[in-house]
Design a protein around this ligand. Structure first.
Ligand code: DC
Length: 231
């Protein structure tokens, strides 16, 4: 059977997985899929509809998941995210949506419903680099190359701080560290598909290593796994 051409990159918020996944995909000519954007878009839709996590029910979930199923689109090269004609790339990055996406992601029913959508985006492609929290453990358990990317909380908060201030968001650094710690805790301790390395994942640390260097390491691993012939 032909090898599934998927590289999974899981890791906590701010570990650099999206940038690394995007660069790796560009080098390979594969598509890049950041699954956090799907959870974020769902959180945005629910938030805008005034549905909060206490009042959420299966009717809301069905309605907005079918919205995602029919209208969600990610541009591989630019990383832009659309729901129908509306571009939501910036809106889904706000601190409130970061928090809500992590809260809604604890819901087993939501995770079950988003599973086939994530697999569908990848099937029929020449190859895909996918990032998220459960890519290697749940969504693509047979992926031939699985990376778990980490970095210290302080370094991750610094990166996020830079990104958000560049986008014009006003946020205190200490608050960001607190938010990241809370999000790590929620993502790692939920009962369904918690954030953890797959048993066969290779753990890379980006605290002191540039994202370019991490990308080179992943490309070396892809060659070693015979996923590609050479870099
Ligand atoms: O990767 P990100 O920070 O954009 O993801 C936003 C939230 O979505 C994250 O806090 C947890 C959730 N998520 C998830 O549970 N599983 C995924 N595969 C991707 C994201």
């Amino acid at each position: 059977m032909e090898k599934l051409k998927v590289i999974t990159i899981d890791g906590p918020a701010g570990s650099g997985k999206s940038t690394v996944a995007k660069m790796t995909a560009a080098e390979l000519g594969w598509i890049y899929v950041t699954t956090g954007a799907i959870y974020r878009t769902l959180a945005l839709l629910l938030h805008e509809a005034g549905v909060n996590s206490d009042a959420i029910n299966s009717h809301h979930i069905e309605r907005y998941i079918s919205f995602i199923n029919e209208r969600y689109r990610q541009e591989s090269a630019s990383g832009k995210v659309f729901i129908g004609e509306r571009e939501v790339t910036q809106d889904i990055q706000s601190p409130i949506i970061s928090k809500l996406s992590s809260v809604f992601a604890q819901d087993e029913y939501i995770r079950d419903k988003l599973l086939p959508i994530q697999r569908k985006i990848v099937c029929d492609t020449n190859g895909a680099v996918v990032d998220g929290r459960d890519m290697g453990t749940v969504i693509f358990p047979s992926a031939p190359l699985k990376i778990f990317l980490t970095a210290s909380v302080e370094e991750r908060a610094k990166r996020r701080y830079k990104e958000l201030t560049l986008e014009g968001e006003k946020i205190e650094f200490e608050k960001l560290v607190k938010d990241i710690n809370e999000r790590d805790f929620r993502d790692s301790n939920r009962s369904t598909a918690p954030l953890k390395p797959a048993e066969d994942a290779i753990i890379l640390d980006s605290t002191y290593t540039s994202q370019e260097e991490i990308t080179v390491q992943i490309l070396h691993l892809a060659v070693a796994k015979k996923l590609i012939l050479s870099e």
